[in-house]
Design a protein around this ligand. Structure first.
Ligand code: GDP
Ligand code: MG
Length: 177
């Protein structure tokens, strides 16, 4: 809505969750800085990156949070989720166990969220077609069953990375405006 006091500001918190080593940190670095790291180490301390974009002529800031590797200990805290309005729930298409964990991540997200959360199921590492362990169909049908957006991505070759974040952020905007 227009008001004479100036531009309306939007700040959206988005979290990236999923098992260890599915590529969460690299999805964020690819999206925010166009960087990829073959030997990325678990981040120390909670980290987020802020991306600014324009939606319908409005300035929208997305604050995208990456876990500090706590997911290895199943110790992602409620502070991490506080205020979340968007989430990428990530598995690795070459490791079945990471897909089997999605239900648990969805439960945890639900437990910690107070409001509508725009959710995207992300099958990362789609460049690893030769060792694929989860079919596209399986990803799609889980997403349909749970009411999630779905996309396969590659942080390595950039496939669909920007698209996945942009869809979530636009959906958040639609939810609040
Ligand atoms: P996180 O623990 O979920 O944050 O995962 P990282 O981003 O640290 O990535 C774990 C490992 O997977 C690293 O060796 C990355 O280089 C690798 N990786 C991440 N994304 C991709 C991808 O899209 N394709 C491939 N082939 N490797 C990836
Ligand atoms: Mg990480």
């Amino acid at each position: 809505e227009d008001d004479e006091g100036g531009e309306q500001q939007y700040l959206f918190k988005v979290v990236i969750i999923g098992d260890s080593a599915v590529g969460k940190s690299n999805l964020l670095s690819r999206y925010a800085r166009n960087e990829f790291n073959m030997h990325s180490k678990a981040t120390i301390g909670v980290e987020f990156q802020t991306q600014t974009m324009d939606i319908d002529g409005k300035e929208v800031k997305a604050q995208i949070w990456d876990t500090a590797g706590q997911e290895r200990f199943r110790a992602v805290t409620s502070a991490y989720y506080r205020g979340t309005v968007g989430a990428l729930i990530v598995y690795d298409i070459s490791r079945r166990t990471t897909f089997d964990s999605i239900g648990r991540w969805l439960d945890e997200l639900k437990t910690h969220s107070e409001t509508t959360v725009a959710r995207m199921l992300v099958g990362n590492k789609c460049d690893l077609e030769n060792i694929r362990a989860v079919s596209v169909e399986e990803g799609k049908s889980l997403a349909e069953a749970e009411g999630l957006f779905f996309m396969e991505t590659s942080a390595l070759d950039s496939t669909n990375v920007k698209k996945a974040f942009d869809i979530v952020i636009r959906e958040i905007y639609n939810n609040v405006s």
